[in-house]
Design a protein around this ligand. Structure first.
Ligand SMILES: NC(=O)c1ccc[n+]([C@@H]2O[C@H](COP(=O)([O-])OP(=O)(O)OC[C@H]3O[C@@H](n4cnc5c(N)ncnc54)[C@H](OP(=O)(O)O)[C@@H]3O)[C@@H](O)[C@H]2O)c1
Length: 305
C-alpha cells in the first residue's frame, strides 16, 4: 500500500485530494496544524494525522520520517488564502520561508515525489505577490534537486467560499474581469491530476511545471451561458466591481495593505495575464482537457442545483 502525505489536507482542494487518495486505497497521512478542524477529514476516514506547521521545520521533518515510508507528498497548503485567514492567522511567511522548510524536509526524508500546487503563469507575474511566491518555491525545488511536479492551476471555478454558487442561485454569474477571458479549472479535476501524479505518472513526467486548465479560456458571459444551458434558466454575467471603483483600486490598495495582493491579481487578470500558453503538456500527461460546459455541469450536479 502506498503512503501519501498531504500538506493542506483540511483546505478546499486538500480535502478533495484526500478523498480521491482514500478511494484509490492509499494510506493518507494528513498533515494538519494543532488548531486545524479535523472533523471533515475524520468523516472521510483519515486516521493518520500528524501535526505539522510550515513554520516549524522540526514538525515537518518528523511528519516525513516517522511511520511508513512516504511515497509522495502533495502540497496544497497556502498561507495567504481566505481559509487560512478565517481559521487563524494570515501568515504569508508560510508561502516562502515555510515552503523552504517543507522542501528541505522532503529532501532530507528522500521523498521520491513532491507534487506542488502552483498557479498558472506565476513565472510571469513578479508584481502579484502570491503568484511570485509560488515561483520562488518552484525555483527552490529545482535548486535543492528535490524531484517535483508543479501543477500550475488556473482560477478555480469553485472558489473557496463558493461565491459563484451563491450568486448563480440568484441568476447571476459574478464577472471579475468584464470583457477579458481567463483560464479556469474545476478543483476536483486538479485534485485528480495531483493524485495521478502521486500514483500513476512515470518518473519522466517529473521535474517540470504543467499548466492546468479547461480546454479554452472563458469570459464571464461565456460562463454565464454555460450555466444557463446546464440549468435551463437564465444566468446573467454581472460585473463584481463597478467601473467607477476599478480605477481607484490601486490607490485604495496603497492605503489598505491587506488588499494589495487581491488588487494585483485583479489587474493581472484584466490585462489578460491569466491565460495559459501551453495546453499540450496537460493533455499529454492527463488526457483530454475538461471543457467549460462539462466542468459547469459537474459543478451544478455536485451542488444539487
Ligand atoms: N483558488 C484558486 O483559484 C486557486 C488557483 C490556483 C491555485 N490555487 C492553489 O490551490 C491551493 C489550494 O487552495 P485552497 O483554496 O484549496 O486552499 P485553502 O482551502 O485556503 O486551504 C489552505 C490550507 O493550507 C493550510 N495551511 C495554511 N497555513 C499553514 C501552515 N503554516 N502550515 C500548514 N498548513 C497551513 C490550511 O490549514 P488550516 O486548516 O490549519 O488553516 C489549509 O489546509 C493553494 O496552494 C492555492 O494557492 C488556488
Amino acid at each position: 500500500m502506498k503512503t501519501v502525505a498531504v500538506m493542506g489536507a483540511s483546505g478546499t482542494l486538500g480535502t478533495s485530494i484526500v478523498r480521491m487518495l482514500l478511494d484509490r486505497g492509499v494510506h493518507v497521512r494528513a498533515l494538519v496544524r494543532a488548531t486545524t478542524h479535523r472533523a471533515k477529514l475524520e468523516a472521510l476516514g483519515v486516521t493518520d494525522f500528524v501535526v505539522a506547521d510550515l513554520m516549524d521545520p522540526i514538525s515537518l521533518q518528523g511528519a516525513l520520517t516517522q511511520g511508513p515510508r512516504i511515497d509522495a507528498v502533495i502540497s496544497s497548503a497556502a498561507g495567504f488564502t481566505s481559509h487560512s485567514r478565517r481559521t487563524k492567522d494570515n501568515d504569508i511567511r508560510a508561502d516562502i520561508e515555510g515552503y523552504r522548510h517543507w522542501v528541505d524536509a522532503a529532501k532530507i526524508a528522500q521523498v521520491p515525489r513532491f507534487i506542488f500546487i502552483s498557479i498558472l503563469e506565476c513565472d510571469k507575474a513578479p508584481n502579484v505577490p502570491h503568484f511570485h511566491k509560488k515561483r520562488l518555491t518552484e525555483q527552490y525545488l529545482v535548486e535543492k534537486q528535490q524531484p517535483y511536479l508543479s501543477l500550475r492551476a488556473a482560477a478555480f471555478l469553485d472558489r473557496p467560499r463558493d461565491v459563484v454558487a451563491e450568486k448563480v442561485k440568484s441568476g447571476v454569474f459574478p464577472d471579475i474581469a468584464p470583457g477579458v477571458a481567463m483560464d479556469m479549472i474545476y478543483s476536483p479535476d486538479l485534485a485528480r491530476y495531483a493524485v495521478e501524479a502521486a500514483l500513476d505518472l512515470p518518473d519522466s513526467a517529473f521535474n517540470q511545471c504543467i499548466d492546468i486548465c479547461c480546454d479554452i479560456p472563458a469570459t464571464g458571459p461565456m460562463l454565464a451561458a454555460a450555466f444557463t444551458r446546464v440549468l435551463g434558466r437564465p444566468i446573467v454575467a454581472k460585473p463584481v466591481f463597478s467601473s467607477l471603483l476599478t480605477p481607484l483600486m490601486p490607490l485604495i490598495a496603497k492605503i489598505v495593505p491587506s488588499l494589495r495582493d487581491g488588487v494585483a491579481v485583479l489587474f493581472w487578470i484584466r490585462k489578460g495575464g491569466y491565460v495559459t500558453h501551453d495546453r499540450q503538456t496537460q493533455e499529454k500527461w492527463f488526457g483530454k482537457l475538461p471543457t467549460i460546459e462539462d466542468s459547469v455541469t459537474r459543478y451544478c450536479q455536485e451542488r444539487k442545483f
